[in-house]
Design a binder for this molecule. Structure first.
Ligand SMILES: [Zn+2]
Length: 232
């Protein structure tokens, strides 16, 4: 086989290897997305649980304040029978009124806080159910993905071993040119010529160049895009 053909076949290995690597990257991307989705729900649950905890501490604090006001009310009520003057009665009334108003305001806050707690609990419950569903769904998908990845890995190992063996039969200087072109020509170092057109740059190749491919064993490149050309 002439060098151009060897390099063309080498490129076939490289394209297959690149495809397998892309497949693996894409599968690993899918895994990352699933993991991120689960983590997002878990962090949402954590954040809602923290809110619920803070809210329940706040509620307990409000309840303590109500208890305190109730003891105050009881204290001044105990003094009721000791009231002797209008002035004392007025003071008693205004104190009691203020305490009851404070108690009422606190109780309203407690109701609001309890409603908030219920909403948070419902949200947490919903998220936990969603998390379980996602985990079940993803564990099946993960299994499939892992199987596919293992198959790609096996294929990749095989391809890489074959490539190593194959490349050892090509002159090093030719491989060096190929490797450089592979980098500079966006992964296509060898272009097929069909109907006198280079598949790399889509320009026509002169008969003179074509005859060089047919009759010379030296490497022939496209005069326009510099890719190694190969007549299939
Ligand atoms: Zn070309």
């Amino acid at each position: 086989m002439e060098n151009n053909e060897l390099l063309y076949n080498l490129q076939k290995y490289d394209i297959a290897i690149k495809t397998a690597v892309c497949e693996m990257d894409s599968l690993s991307g899918q895994k990352n997305l699933m993991t991120a989705e689960v983590k997002k729900i878990e962090s949402d649950i954590e954040s809602y649980e923290n809110k619920a905890k803070a809210n329940s501490i706040e509620t307990a604090k409000l309840e303590k304040e109500v208890e305190f006001i109730e003891t105050q009310i009881k204290k001044i009520n105990d003094r009721f029978l000791l009231i002797k003057t209008e002035k004392e009665l007025g003071k008693y009334n205004s104190e009691l009124e203020k305490l009851n108003a404070d108690k009422g305001a606190l109780e309203e806050k407690i109701i609001a806080s309890m409603e908030k707690q219920e909403k948070l609990s419902a949200r947490i419950k919903k998220l936990k159910a969603e998390l379980e569903l996602k985990k079940a769904e993803f564990s099946e998908e993960m299994l499939l993905i892992n199987e596919k990845m293992a198959a790609h890995k096996e294929e990749l190992d095989k391809l890489s071993a074959h490539r190593r063996e194959f490349v050892s039969g090509i002159p090093a200087a030719a491989v060096e040119i190929y490797d450089k072109l592979m980098i500079s020509k966006n992964g296509v170092a060898v272009a097929v010529v069909s109907k006198k057109i280079c598949s790399g740059c889509h320009l026509s190749i002169s008969d003179n160049t074509l005859s060089q491919i047919k009759f010379k064993t030296a490497m022939v490149c496209c005069p326009n895009c510099q890719r190694i050309i190969f007549l299939e």
